[in-house]
Design a protein around this ligand. Structure first.
Ligand code: 2AM
Length: 171
């Protein structure tokens, strides 16, 4: 049963910025660095679905009409309950909220269950961290022009995210 989620997948320059933040955060917070190649921002977490539902999830993604937007990264946080250090945008653009809402509506209409907790935009940087990371000193832009459907899988040693599909943001 594939484990699926919709996400934003950073272009290489943004991935580097995020990884640099993670390395800096680890100096104070300890914990385990997320692998550079896995850094992403979840839009909607779906979880395990049957093989036959994968096509329905893809159809939800293909149906989305949403505006491109830019995220200005410059916030960091620490969740005590799961000891995760994360980076996030300083503000949530309306277009991001609309994209998440459209995906959730599509999934609900298709009868596919998803994580219904309120959306909190973040990129996990560290797991099992000891303490909060200091606020990042720099800001950078993440221009979002598309979104992806990812499958979370395992290779011999670690979690890997496989891109199942990608769609441009366009109205
Ligand atoms: P996290 O980074 O805060 O753990 C793949 O697991 C992605 O889906 C991660 O970004 C994870 O967020 C996110 N996710 C959201 N809800 C989840 C859930 N209920 N179980 C596992 N991962 C979830």
């Amino acid at each position: 049963m594939p484990r699926l989620f919709f996400a934003l997948w950073p272009e290489p320059a943004v991935r580097e910025e995020l990884y640099r933040l993670a390395q800096t955060a680890r100096l104070t917070g300890g914990g385990r660095l997320m692998r550079r190649d896995n850094l992403h921002q979840t839009l909607v977490f779906i979880g395990n679905v049957g093989e036959r539902q994968v096509a329905s999830v893809r159809a939800v993604g293909a149906d989305i009409k949403a505006q491109p937007f830019t995220l200005e990264f410059g916030t960091a946080g620490f969740w005590r309950h799961n000891r995760c250090v994360w980076a996030g945008p300083v503000a949530t653009p309306a277009s991001l909220s609309e994209l998440v809402a459209a995906l959730e509506e599509g999934l609900a209409r298709a009868g596919i269950a998803y994580d219904r907790r309120p959306y909190s935009p973040h990129v996990t940087l560290l797991r099992d961290a000891r303490s909060p990371a200091p606020s990042p000193r720099t800001r950078f832009d993440w221009p979002v022009r598309d979104f992806v459907l990812l499958e979370s899988a395992r290779d011999a040693r670690a979690v890997v995210y496989r891109e199942i599909a990608r769609w441009p943001l366009a109205v």
